[in-house]
Ligand binder design. Structure first.
Ligand SMILES: NC(=O)c1ccc[n+]([C@@H]2O[C@H](COP(=O)([O-])OP(=O)(O)OC[C@H]3O[C@@H](n4cnc5c(N)ncnc54)[C@H](O)[C@@H]3O)[C@@H](O)[C@H]2O)c1
Length: 266
């Protein structure tokens, strides 16, 4: 897809990968960027930064799990600025939890990491089919293709996010709706270096991998969008891991158990 002159919305745009995508998209001269996040101050700050790069931008406070608020954002942007060309469903949360996790932890992960994408697609896709154009970028994770040791809700919901993105691509891909699915491993953001807390298996596992900067991920996103690619893998080695998993599942499971033991997990 063409980012030049496009109208772009990025959820989770106040921080990490979302903020880096906003900054990088700005270099492609979009028509307007909407930085949506439940952190209104952070969203406004990123929008202000984007404006200094000469691109129209606005912050928008949004809880992506709120259906009415998601519909309102999309309707208002379309009404005031025309059709949305690219919607980045990027907001996401980790839990660092296993089977002991409370139901509320599973529910939050489901709402933010998966259901928010359903809410956005429901509000966006009919308009995209009508105008014959529109692109959804789902930020899933390598955890959605493989697993995230030490984080069951994250692994499960990211797999679901990939499944939903694939389903959308299959169902609407011939009607003008483009879908891309971003699946990085570790990226240096507050999600990885802060919110889950040091020392948990989930964070130690990710930190044991090759950590990319958010700017490198944003670069891979721009390339992937330009090529209209479904799978965007900033860590290219994830394609090999996914192939290994598909080729011999038992071997892959044994290797993951070994890795978990090495990293001090149970
Ligand atoms: N950092 C990594 O190693 C890594 C790896 C793979 C995938 N990801 C995914 O990348 C995406 C971005 O994460 P990040 O690493 O930049 O983390 P981050 O914590 O820096 O940014 C996440 C942003 O999402 C926002 N957010 C969370 N819940 C929200 C909600 N309900 N409504 C609106 N906004 C909400 C937060 O306020 C924050 O600004 C997530 O989907 C994450 O799962 C991250």
């Amino acid at each position: 897809m063409e980012l030049r002159d496009s109208l772009v919305v990025v959820t989770g745009g106040a921080s990490g990968i979302g903020a880096a995508m906003c900054r990088r998209f700005a270099a492609e001269s979009p028509r307007r960027l909407v930085v949506a996040d439940r952190d209104a101050v952070g969203a406004d700050a990123v929008a202000a930064e984007v404006r200094t790069l000469g691109v129209e931008a606005a912050g928008w406070q949004l809880d992506v799990t709120d259906r009415a608020a998601t519909e309102e954002l999309i309707a208002a942007v379309v009404r005031d600025h025309g059709g949305i060309d690219l919607f980045c469903a990027n907001a996401g949360i980790g839990t660092g939890a296993g089977i002991e996790a409370d139901d509320s932890v599973w529910e939050d992960a489901w709402q933010v990491n998966v259901h928010a994408h359903v809410l956005a697609a429901r509000a966006l896709v009919p308009g995209w089919v009508e105008r014959g154009r529109g692109h959804l970028l789902t930020t899933a994770s390598a955890a959605g293709l493989l697993t995230n040791l030490g984080d069951a809700p994250y692994s499960v919901t990211k797999h679901a996010a990939v499944a939903f993105a694939e389903w959308l691509s299959i169902t609407y891909g011939d009607r003008g709706v483009g879908v891309s699915c971003l699946c990085p491993q570790g990226v240096r953001t507050p999600l990885l270096f802060g919110s889950l807390g040091d020392g948990t298996l989930a964070t130690e596992v990710v930190k044991a991998q090759r950590i990319l900067e958010p700017e490198e991920v944003a670069e891979a996103v721009v390339e992937g969008l330009h090529d209209d690619r479904f799978l965007i893998l900033p860590h290219a080695e994830v394609a090999d891991y996914e192939r290994a998993r598909a080729t011999d599942r038992d071997r892959w499971l044994r290797a993951m158990r070994r890795l978990q033991a090495q990293l001090g997990g149970t």
